[in-house]
Design a protein around this ligand. Structure first.
Ligand code: TXA
Ligand code: MG
Length: 320
């Protein structure tokens, strides 16, 4: 059952509690409705992907109620500071390096060492984030392949009974997703055009680069969305480890005594998604010569897990 919340003090407190407990609550921002979950909780983030039915794990935006809260998660260079000062709260997302202490889920960042942050301009959004008391990961609140919702009714049409609640804040003012800027380097890079025009951004911080977004675009470093790949070779669909390899299991395949770790001993794909990037990172160190991963069923979230594993095994594959 999806609960409907209005913008009352009681409802916002209840919705914030749901989020803090790992539930999914859709909420209005000035751009589009977001499908919110605790950004620091791998399991909640895995449920976001499951609810959307996304066949890929794209990194998600973490939403904050203030610039200070954002600074506690990522490293802000001069460009990031200038953009935050000018456009936050607002329809701008900044991709910055994660701080070592950043508690955002590896799954929300798709294993990357960068994090996407936004302080939305919608009052209800910021009050809800405050009530939840943590950063809120939120892609647009629609099923994969559908258009982004700008009213609570659109959210319910797509996600009714797949999420725990929706906070109704009326129609979104902008109706277009946020502009995403990579602010990890000295020169900002446009990753996605959106609610704030490139011209406005250039007026604030000077010329920006535009990332190539298709496979035929020139592949200069930093121009494509990077994706996580371990340094050690990754071997997929493995039934047993070779000497020196870490062996990541899944389900009850009878190989337990050989497993270094399991993505989900019970064969639960949401749990496996929640553990995926952490497990890969954990064994990409020390004396392991490589990482072998057991076959993962190619259904539900398993499709997104397999997509990520294939890309991680082939580090040069472009990310769409
Ligand atoms: O307006 C919006 O941005 C809405 C509302 C709910 O805030 N959210 C939204 O989220 O559109 P989503 O998940 O659909 O889009 C996130 C965008 C994607 O283009 C993703 O590739 C990019 O942000 N992104 C997130 N983290 C990134 C990272 N670490 N590096 C590069 N790009 C990243
Ligand atoms: Mg979307």
């Amino acid at each position: 059952m999806t609960q409907r919340f209005q913008g009352t003090v009681e409802d916002i407190a209840a919705a914030g509690k749901l989020l803090a407990a790992g539930g999914l609550v859709a909420f209005p921002t000035e751009t589009v409705y977001g499908l919110g979950g605790d950004a620091t909780n791998d399991q909640a983030v895995a449920k976001i992907f499951a609810a959307k039915g996304r066949p890929q794990f794209n990194p998600l935006i973490s939403h904050l109620d203030s610039v200070e809260a954002a600074r506690a998660l990522g490293r802000f260079n001069d460009v990031a500071e200038a953009l935050a000062a000018q456009f936050w709260p607002g329809a701008l997302t900044l991709v910055v390096p994660r701080l070592p202490s950043c508690p955002i889920s590896d799954l929300a960042c798709a294993g990357l060492d960068t994090v996407a942050l936004r302080v939305p301009a919608h009052d209800l959004a910021r009050v809800l984030i405050q009530a939840a008391g943590r950063p809120i990961a939120a892609p647009s609140a629609n099923r994969s392949g559908h258009v982004s919702p700008t009213e609570a009714a659109h959210v319910l049409a797509d996600l009714s009974d797949r999420i725990d609640g929706v906070l109704d804040g009326g129609a979104c003012a902008v109706g277009l997703e946020s502009t995403v800027i990579d602010a990890t380097g000295a020169r900002p890079v446009l990753l996605r055009p959106g609610g704030i025009a490139v011209e406005e951004i250039e007026a604030a911080v000077g010329p920006i680069e535009v990332a190539g977004d298709d496979e035929t675009a020139p592949r200069s470093p930093g121009m494509l969305l990077r994706h996580y790949a371990p340094e050690r070779p990754l071997r997929l669909n493995a039934l047993a480890p070779q000497p020196g390899e870490a062996f990541i299991g899944f389900g009850a395949h009878g190989a337990k005594n050989q497993e270094t770790a399991s993505l989900s001993p019970s064969g639960d794909l949401t749990e496996a998604a929640a553990n995926l990037f952490r497990s890969l990172r954990a064994f990409d160190s020390g004396d392991w010569t490589g990482i072998a991963v057991m076959p993962i069923p190619d259904r539900g979230l398993g499709r997104a897990i397999n997509d990520r594993l294939r890309r991680a095994a082939n580090r040069d594959a472009p990310l769409r």
